[in-house]
Write a protein that binds this ligand. Structure first.
Ligand code: G6P
Length: 609
């Protein structure tokens, strides 16, 4: 969702701000703006729509400055209008904000009574006026921001500038990620490292309650008690190449094709060690993982489907009871908590608000054994967890998650095998077999990617349809769900997924020759059952599009189209069968001409409820 960038330098920062905002576009937004301090005044440009439109306006106005802030906004409080777009300005103070201020109504009333006039319906504008109300009493900008945030309830990442202090950029963080980019004779602020990678790789991650005063040559961070604190400078390993399209047409296409590499990187530690061990999850992991009585997985969206897949593995291989819950449901439910449950949060971004709140709720119930599987180092959810396993997918820019999902799956398989070993359910031969299967996985994924031309041919059948049904059984049922989600997210075709055995309990009523039915039918123990379910579809005139394995002895016939992956890969099969459904969604969306990487109404990181 919203994105922040800020810069202070002895060069023109406007191109830096605009480039940064373009890098943040992937998160999802509906308006953009920048404000700079120039000649002791604030100059601001805002536009609804794309950053490119705002850029054109900024160029037309000849905006140039050595200090400025920028923002991409995803509307929450107040509609998509220029007046609601950030930066918000109060008497020479300009700020951008990510997050939601819960007590904005009370603050607004108080500020109106003090004589402030509001131009927007946002919760953010109150912060600008609030800071100004402290400045008029003689505070400097840093002190005014520190005083203002004390009055706020809710979540914020803030970047603030003032015409009265043109050599300073102020930052504040509570509940939303914010980092400082440390350059040479210039410094930056960003909500996401991708926004400033063009300028520096050296970053300081602000912690909850931190504020910071940033000049061209200095960064001073203050903790929640306003005393100066030392925060480590990290070297970001996000590569600029991962933010570029290269030879691809879309980030989603690029990210689908990056999966062999992303998976190999994610399991590198296990393959190198040649064994599953608790240490893969952190130095003290054995203490946390030993003696657990079950696993609870909390996640949203695609991550939730990774969790559903893992449930089959964890119960079947590690022999531990496992439940998987949608984070936004779990957090508001009266649950029976067991302190010996391992709580696993899955979040590609590490900042999904519902998942974070579900984790806090689980902890508040005494469930202290927590593990985060995440793709973004130092993000909020891993920081709030005892253990962490970082997937190494690299930056995922396409809103529809692809490589983050398959790398979550290999991380979860690694967890499963580790738990099985700790539970005494995995002997040396079994361990060696799993390591071998993981080692061969990137090659098998590449083989599945090579099916693309066949899948492209199928996309023509789907593009004119308005509905599609996905079927799977057992561990492949979540892959059917993921396939349906991908198709609806980016092609806007209504798609539903069912466990194939459930077909005759309802969805069969929908099957006509207008409803393509995608079936995930690998050569596993449920194949014969799936074949019977397919007969039920065929008998009602439904057209079948079947993804199976080379060794499944399954042949095309009238109304039954078949694409084969390589020979059945066993327990890791759900990962292989994810690839064709991703490619199908991508190619159908291409034919339909939708905005593949930025589907309507969706955001990459959902940082609001
Ligand atoms: C959004 C994204 C999805 C993602 C979900 C959970 O809805 O569009 O692609 O699966 O959030 O995100 P997370 O970062 O927690 O995995």
């Amino acid at each position: 969702m919203c994105g922040i960038v800020g810069a202070i330098a002895d060069r023109d920062v406007v191109p830096v701000l605009i480039e940064g905002l373009k890098r943040l576009e992937y998160r999802g937004y509906d308006s953009a703006g920048i404000a700079v301090i120039n000649d002791h005044d604030v100059r601001r440009v805002r536009r609804t729509g794309r950053v490119a439109e705002m850029e054109a306006a900024a160029l037309a106005e000849g905006l140039q400055a050595q200090l400025g802030i920028g923002h991409t906004r995803w509307a929450t409080h107040g509609g998509v209008t220029e007046a609601n777009a950030h930066p918000h300005v109060s008497h020479g103070v300009a700020l951008v904000h990510n997050g939601i201020i819960e007590n904005h109504d009370q603050q607004r009333e108080k500020l109106i009574a003090m004589g402030y006039e509001f131009e927007s319906q946002t919760d953010t504008e109150v912060i600008a006026h609030l800071i100004h109300s402290f400045l008029v009493h003689g505070a400097d900008l840093l002190t005014a921001v520190q005083a203002a945030v004390r009055e706020l309830h809710g979540a914020y990442a803030l970047a603030v500038v003032s015409r009265k202090e043109p050599g300073k950029l102020i930052a504040a963080r509570m509940g939303c990620p914010l980092l400082i980019g440390v350059g040479e004779g210039e410094n930056f602020i960003a909500s996401d490292v991708s926004a400033i990678l063009q300028a520096t790789r050296n970053v300081i991650f602000l912690e909850e309650g931190d504020t910071a005063e940033i000049t061209r040559d200095s960064v001073t961070v203050f903790g929640a008690d306003n005393h100066p604190v030392q925060r480590e400078v990290h070297l970001s390993d996000v590569s600029l190449a991962s933010l570029e399209l290269g030879p691809y047409s879309h980030f989603m296409q690029k990210e689908i094709h990056e999966q062999p590499r992303a998976i190999a990187d994610t399991i590198e530690g296990v393959i190198d060690a040649g064994a599953f061990s608790a240490e893969l999850f952190g130095a003290d992991a054995a203490q946390v993982l030993n003696g657990i009585e079950g696993v609870l997985i909390l996640a949203c969206g695609t991550s939730y489907y990774a969790g559903m897949t893992a449930r089959y593995w964890i119960e079947g291989i590690a022999g531990l009871p496992c439940s998987v819950e949608i984070a936004s449901e779990y957090r508001y439910r009266d649950v029976v908590a067991n302190p010996k449950t391992l709580v696993v949060t899955l979040s590609q971004s590490g900042e999904t608000l519902d998942t974070m709140e579900a984790l806090k709720y689980a902890k508040s119930l005494g469930q202290e054994r927590t593990l985060s599987v995440c793709n973004v180092p130092e993000s909020a959810i891993p920081r709030a967890s005892k253990l962490v396993y970082y997937t190494r997918a690299g930056a995922e820019i396409g809103v529809a998650s692809t490589k983050a999902f398959t790398t979550q799956l290999v991380a979860l398989f690694t967890l499963t095998a580790t738990l099985a070993k700790l539970q005494g359910r995995l002997d040396e031969t079994g361990e060696a077999d799993y390591i071998d299967a993981l080692r061969r996985l990137p090659g098998s994924v590449q083989h599945a990617l090579n099916l693309e031309p066949q899948i492209t041919a199928w996309s023509e059948h789907f593009a004119p349809k308005e509905h599609a049904l996905f079927l799977g059984r057992g561990v492949h049922y979540p892959i059917a769900l993921e396939g349906a989600l991908k198709l609806k997210e980016i092609s806007y075709i209504h798609a539903e997924a069912y466990p194939a055995g459930e077909l005759k309990h309802g969805p069969l009523a929908l099957v006509t020759d207008e409803m393509p039915v995608v079936v995930i039918a690998p050569n596993d123990s449920l194949l014969e059952k799936v074949k019977s379910n397919m007969q039920e579809v065929r008998a009602r005139g439904g057209e079948l599009f079947v993804f199976t394995d080379a060794d499944s002895n399954f042949h095309p016939s009238e109304g039954v189209h078949v694409i084969r992956a390589e020979r059945h890969v066993g327990v890791l099969s759900p990962i292989i069968h994810t690839i064709p459904v991703q490619l199908l969604a991508y190619h159908v969306a291409l034919v339909r001409g939708t905005d593949v990487d930025k589907p309507r109404n969706l955001a990459k990181s959902v940082t609001v409820e």
